[in-house]
Design a protein around this ligand. Structure first.
Ligand code: CU
Length: 149
């Protein structure tokens, strides 16, 4: 049974190779076409800054603000990206945790309301200070802080 299986192998292999080249060829041509078009873009100067993580964006992921603490300069508009299923809020203020449970203490400076999956919330911090915030749905675990300098 060995001779039979080995004798049929070369034809199969050759056929597969021919199909592979036929499929790859159009992609190679398409890749060349698109790259020649993008060489004219003037984004090369902006590349070093794009490499660093954005310092004005907070991701809401796995029931947490990431990063939970951030420092920005006055006048910065901070964007929160809600990436979790369900809803979260960005509500300024603090949360008191005592023996009786969790007490939300919003200070009224900003409140996003419920933010659905894939939605954003932005707030511009014009004055220096420390701005604490929390999620009204998960106040016991979701808190964050923006320091404005
Ligand atoms: Cu939440």
């Amino acid at each position: 049974m060995q001779p039979n299986s080995t004798s049929s192998r070369p034809t199969n292999w050759r056929r597969r190779l021919a199909i592979g080249t036929a499929i790859l060829a159009p992609f190679a041509i398409a890749a060349c076409g698109s790259s020649s078009g993008s060489t004219a873009s003037p984004t090369s100067a902006a590349k070093p800054t794009a490499k660093a993580p954005a310092k004005d964006t907070v991701d809401i992921k796995l029931i947490a603000y990431r990063p939970a603490t951030m420092t920005v300069t006055a006048g910065t508009t901070v964007t929160w990206n809600q990436m979790d299923p369900g809803v979260h809020t960005i509500t300024s203020g603090t949360v008191a945790q005592g023996t009786s449970g969790v007490t939300e203490q919003p200070d009224g400076m900003f409140a996003s309301g419920e933010i659905a999956t894939g939605k954003k919330y932005t707030h511009t911090f014009s004055k220096p200070g420390t701005y604490k915030y929390f999620c009204e749905i998960h106040p016991a675990t979701m808190t964050g802080e923006i320091t404005v300098k």
